[in-house]
Design a protein around this ligand. Sequence first.
Ligand code: NAD
Length: 317
Amino acid sequence: SDIKNVACVGGGVIGSSWAIQYALKGLHVTLYDINDQQLAKSHDQMLRSLDTLVAHNAITAARKDEIIACVRPTTSMEEAVQDAQFIQESGPERIEIKRSILAQVEQYAAPDALYASSTSGLLISDIVAEALHPERCIGAHPYNPPHLIPLVELTRCDKTDDDCVQLAYDFYQSIGKEAVLLRKECPGFIANRLQLALYREVQDLVMRGVCSVEDVDKALVYGPGIRWAIFGHNMIMQMGNPGGLTGMVEMLGNSGDRWLEDMASWTHQPDNWAQVAQPGVNQEMANFPDYIGHTNAECIAYRDQMLIDILKLHKKL
Ligand code: NAD
């Protein structure tokens, strides 16, 4: 890709991780946030992420310093975007803020700079409603943390230029992301809808007294979760029966129909779910062996260490 200069606008959890991702790939990165305190937080998060990569031999300690030197923090939007060929916006998930950030960026950015919003669920057609150059704007939804999870979901609207979509797609692929492009706008995109569909059933199983919070998580991690880190669901079904997907549907037959009839289809979460889930999750953490840890921070460190190992297996690191 010809893209060498990237601006990250908004340096919170996601923006800081994007900055690391781009710097790891040798790009020049500017990182904009609204004040020095936010930029200091961002700097700390980037250092922690890089320390984890060093600790698990994904990069050397010397590379860490080079990478951090590739990221230029600033509170000036002009400085952040004037030379950028690609702008990754990761500001707060509020439509009026997304629009105001885009308007600010448009004052200083080159008209042909690509603009990608990390939005988790806002429609790109809403974000660009007042834009001067809506044709160069796309949605680019990462998975947390973007520097470790390859997926990016690309969304477009009627106003988006086809060439811009292709350029963005090629750019993400060139830096090792796995991009998927939605064929039409859809709230929640793909992956979060899959997560929520599963979460609905997780809640229902627990609320009906079928299993504990801890056991439903265990069933996922040591069952389908391990396979899902290798192949997608269609592939898994294809491989699960000598007759492939058709054979699988035949094999499940009436038995499968019976499960579907019994499964949750409601549209709102149970009101008291948090009161059920929280003690369940606390129990789950208390029961973890010491090598996983027992606090949230310890579990996040374990997650990142495992992600690095899985990425190595996928030859992504
Ligand atoms: P965050 O609150 O950690 O970060 C938001 C950052 O934006 C903060 O540093 C804040 O100071 C900055 N900001 C506030 N006003 C701004 C402005 N006017 N201009 C520029 N920056 C401004 O939030 P986050 O979790 O990093 O989420 C950022 C975006 O990424 C959201 O759109 C969110 O939906 C999306 N996202 C989040 C996740 C996740 O798991 N956290 C995953 C995928 C996508």
